[in-house]
Ligand binder design. Structure first.
Ligand SMILES: Nc1nc2c(ncn2[C@@H]2O[C@H](COP(=O)(O)OP(=O)(O)O)[C@@H](O)[C@H]2O)c(=O)[nH]1
Ligand SMILES: [Mg+2]
Length: 192
């Protein structure tokens, strides 16, 4: 028995503190998973809706009162499930919402994490992007609210940001669907 259990423990990696086994944690559906994360009110749900359209289901995260949306989309023949996580400020959870968002990241092991930020407040939100990169999550940074960012006279050099962070960066105005097609291209590239 011990011989069978040991490899599972060794393979658990970053969720070593969890009571789940690798078999329980892995997604057996074979479908790719994308998680949308970020602080509240940055436009995560608008982006989720832009990507999934009407194909979404809202449910409680198991064992909690926290609601979340899941939707399925197909980008260039890749079928994927997108999860709109509750808002979170860092990987160190304080609220129940943050605990759920953290569980989704560390236990569901998404193939891609989209960190949505408000471009106006990029400086304040970048430390969380760094945490995601350090946690070795396949991360894509979405600079949303670029209409307000530009109106505030803030210019962001996307190429420079991409090379400094070493991850893809996309700018969007989700409410106007600006940048959503480019976002889909970057999502596709992130799976290659
Ligand atoms: N000006 C502007 N408002 C946006 C943009 N994206 C979202 N919003 C608005 O920001 C608010 C919060 O959006 P929501 O998707 O609920 O944020 P969430 O809490 O991150 O899921 C809503 O009133 C949206 O209409 C954007 O690109 N520009
Ligand atoms: Mg939301």
């Amino acid at each position: 028995m011990k011989i069978n259990i040991l490899p599972k423990i060794l393979n658990r990696g970053k969720s070593a503190g969890s009571c789940h086994t690798e078999d329980e944690l892995s997604d057996n559906t074979g479908i790719a998973k994308v998680a949308i994360v970020g602080t509240p009110n940055v436009g995560k749900s608008v982006i989720f809706n832009r990507l999934t359209g009407r194909h979404a289901t809202i449910s409680n995260y198991p064992g909690t009162t926290v609601t979340m949306s899941r939707g399925k989309i197909k980008i260039a023949d890749i079928e994927m499930e997108i999860v709109d996580t509750p808002g979170m400020y860092s990987l160190l959870p304080i609220t129940e919402e943050e605990r759920v968002a953290r569980s989704i990241l560390l236990e569901e092991k998404p193939n891609l994490v989209m960190h949505v930020v408000d471009g106006k407040n990029l400086g304040r939100m970048l430390p969380f992007t760094m945490q995601l990169i350090e946690a070795e999550l396949n991360t894509l940074l979405v600079l949303n609210m670029m209409d307000e960012t530009e109106a505030a006279g803030i210019e962001i050099d996307i190429n420079e940001l991409e090379s400094q962070l070493g991850i893809p960066v996309v700018s969007t105005v989700a409410t106007r669907s600006h940048g959503i097609d480019n976002l889909k291209i970057k999502i596709e590239e992130a799976f290659k």
